[in-house]
Design a protein around this ligand. Structure first.
Ligand SMILES: Nc1ncnc2c1ncn2[C@@H]1O[C@H](COP(=O)(O)OP(=O)(O)OP(=O)(O)O)[C@@H](O)[C@H]1O
Ligand SMILES: [Mg+2]
Length: 440
């Protein structure tokens, strides 16, 4: 055989082996049918062998649970095959003509989740780089690739076919009817793409919320403010650049400031003095931070329209505001100070990076650009597929939250309509009055 013939034979054998492997589930089923037909032909003879095969196959067509299982099995096989075919067409150089090994395919509300091992000499980043092209090839909304934290060779791939967060009905906040809360417990803030409740643990954390006008920042902030208000041991400090967003909680607040930078500075200075006293107290008690059982209240600073305090009015006051807030975010954590700030655009010309970078939790609601999304979540996330610029303009309250986990969670926030909001605020005021009377 000539070298050319050998090369040709190799290509043919490779193609047959690849095709057989890709269709293994369907081929295995055909094999089972063929073996059954052969065995029953010998035992029963025609035409009874056909009747026997149909009899065995009938439950898979008529019993819903078996039919669903079969359809899912075939669909998963199809997803695995089409994804691998798309990867093969891209001809990724470092894969050296080998393909990832898909170990698991699972249906998720957004579409399909695959687990794959990249070939030797390849890495998950090779898949990350071509994710957008794979999505285009598959005609999918999106393809997200994430490296397993514990294994650099394994990737989780989500082929996004639909948006599970696009339901028209707003999501009701689970604490809307709670009598009272404890802010030491995680606060439910929304639902992720798998339908799981996403909760945020506030003690020792500060949150920066950003997004374009009308994206749902104030609505998200109102959930956290409500949870803080319902805990009578929490001291609330409200800074509201728009005056109306936080007005509902004024009856629960220690201090409430509107669009006045000088007043805001005064209030934050008061808290700064408190913080100094709190640290002195901790030192005297030989402790390093405030805990849930020591009776020291958490102080929650809620600032809506942060940009207003940093850009409007007297320059000296604005600088002072940025400095005091920066100090509270930087040093307040162990003293039980939690800063929750929302702004449309936290770019450096508005929010100094020395302040912005200190916020540990980031929540990006819909943004106009990938850069804006990265400014909120941190540089690089948009490239990895976590971009709030990709959220549909009509999806209010949908965004990415970067908190406990390693990567941002896509979620839709719960919604408190006006009636529920006022009901919660009334309840919060009542519970605070009772606590004061009981000397809590
Ligand atoms: N989670 C949600 N579920 C349903 N609707 C929502 C949700 N969040 C926000 N909305 C809708 O979007 C509107 C705008 O929300 P919100 O006022 O919170 O936006 P914003 O980002 O604070 O805007 P701005 O920058 O102008 O202050 C709300 O009035 C509400 O109708
Ligand atoms: Mg707002």
């Amino acid at each position: 055989m000539s070298a050319q013939q050998e090369g040709f034979a190799e290509v043919v054998v490779g193609a047959v082996a690849r095709t057989t492997w890709a269709w293994r589930v369907e081929l295995a089923m055909l094999g089972v049918v063929a073996v059954m037909a052969g065995a029953t032909y010998d035992a029963l003879g025609p035409p009874w062998h056909v009747v026997a095969v149909i009899g065995v196959g009938l439950p898979f067509g008529s019993v819903p649970v078996l039919r669903r299982w079969l359809v899912r099995l075939l669909h998963r096989s199809h997803v695995r095959r089409t994804w691998l075919a798309a990867v093969r067409r891209l001809d990724i150089a470092s894969f050296q003509e080998r393909l990832p090994v898909v170990s698991r395919v699972r249906e998720v509300p957004a579409g399909y989740r695959l687990e794959a091992r990249v070939p030797p000499r390849g890495c998950v980043d090779d898949l990350v780089r071509v994710a957008e092209r794979i999505a285009a090839d598959l005609g999918a909304r999106d393809v997200r690739v994430r490296r397993f934290a514990e294994d650099a060779g394994r990737a989780e791939v989500v082929v996004v076919r639909r948006d599970p967060l696009a339901a028209p009905q707003p999501l009701r906040w689970p604490l809307a009817t709670a009598e009272r809360t404890s802010l030491w417990q995680p606060v439910p803030v929304g639902v992720d793409e798998d339908g799981r409740t996403v909760s945020m643990s506030l003690p020792e954390h500060n949150l920066l919320l950003g997004g374009e006008p009308g994206a749902g920042k104030s609505a998200a902030l109102s959930l956290l403010t409500a949870a803080a208000a319902l805990d009578p041991t929490v001291k609330l400090w409200l800074l509201d650049g728009k005056l109306v967003e936080l007005a509902t909680w004024a009856g629960c607040a220690e201090h409430s400031v509107g669009a006045n930078v000088a007043d805001a500075v005064d209030v934050l200075r008061t808290l700064q003095v408190d913080m100094g006293a709190r640290y002195a107290q901790l030192l005297a008690q030989r402790r390093r931070k405030v805990g849930p059982d020591d009776g020291l209240p958490l102080n929650v600073v809620v600032c809506d329209e942060l940009a207003m305090y940093l850009t409007v009015g007297d320059r000296k006051e604005r600088t002072e505001f940025a400095e005091v807030l920066r100090d509270l975010v930087a040093r307040g954590r162990a003293a039980g100070i939690i800063v929750l700030a929302a702004t449309q655009k936290p770019a450096t010309d508005i929010v100094p990076s020395s302040l912005r970078d200190l916020f540990g939790f980031r929540w990006a609601l819909r943004c106009a650009t990938r850069d804006a999304s990265d400014t909120i979540l941190g540089a690089g996330w948009a490239t990895l597929g976590y971009s709030a610029a990709e959220i549909d303009a009509g999806l209010r309250g949908v965004g990415y939250l970067l908190h406990e986990g390693g990567e941002p969670t896509r979620l839709r926030s719960f919604w408190l309509d006006d009636d529920s909001l006022f009901a919660v605020a009334d309840r919060a005021e009542a519970v605070r009055r009772q606590a004061a009377e009981a000397g809590e």
